[in-house]
Design a protein around this ligand. Sequence first.
Ligand SMILES: *[C@@H]1O[C@H](CO)[C@@H](O)[C@H](O)[C@H]1NC(C)=O
Length: 159
Amino acid sequence: MKFFTSSILLLASFTSANPVITHSPRQTTPGPYKISNFFASKTHLSGYCSFEFQVTSPTLTTPATCTAYLDSGFSGSWWLASVWPGAGKCDNAAVDWTFYQQQAFDDTPANFSVTIDGVEGRYTIPKEDISVSVNGNSPFDDDVYYSGPRDFEIVEFGN
Ligand SMILES: *[C@@H]1O[C@H](CO)[C@@H](O)[C@H](O)[C@H]1NC(C)=O
C-alpha cells in the first residue's frame, strides 16, 4: 500500500514536471523524436513525390507538421525524390528535415533525418519499406511509396 501510494506520487510529480511549454533550452537529451503519420509517395502519372509527417520531441511538445512536394526527375518512377536541407517545409522554423534514397537497384537503405534546434536525428528506412508497383508502359505510370510503419521514433543523434 505504501509502495502504491508512492507510485501515485511519483506519477503525479512526473506529470507536473512536464509543463506545457513548446521549447525548453535546458533539455539535455535531444530525443526521442517521435514521428507520426509518415507518408511518402510518388504521385501517379507524375514524377513528383509527396511527403508528410508530424514530429514531436521532448523540447517540441506541440507537433510540427512537415511536408514536401518535389520532382524526382525522369528516373524517379522507381525511387522517391531526394529532400535536401531546406527543400522540405515545416510549420515550425526550428525544424528541418531530409530524405535520401539511392537511385539504384540494390539494398541500400534510405536515410531520413529531422533536425530540431540544430540537433540532427537520423533514421534508416530499410529498402523493403519502400514499395514499387510497375503498372504499365510509361515509367510515370509506376508507383513508388513508403510502406513501412507510419509511427516510429528517432533515437540516433549527431550533428
Ligand atoms: C545513408 O547513410 C549511410 C551512412 O552514412 C550511407 O552509407 C548511405 O550511403 C546513405 N544512403 C543514402 C541513400 O544516402
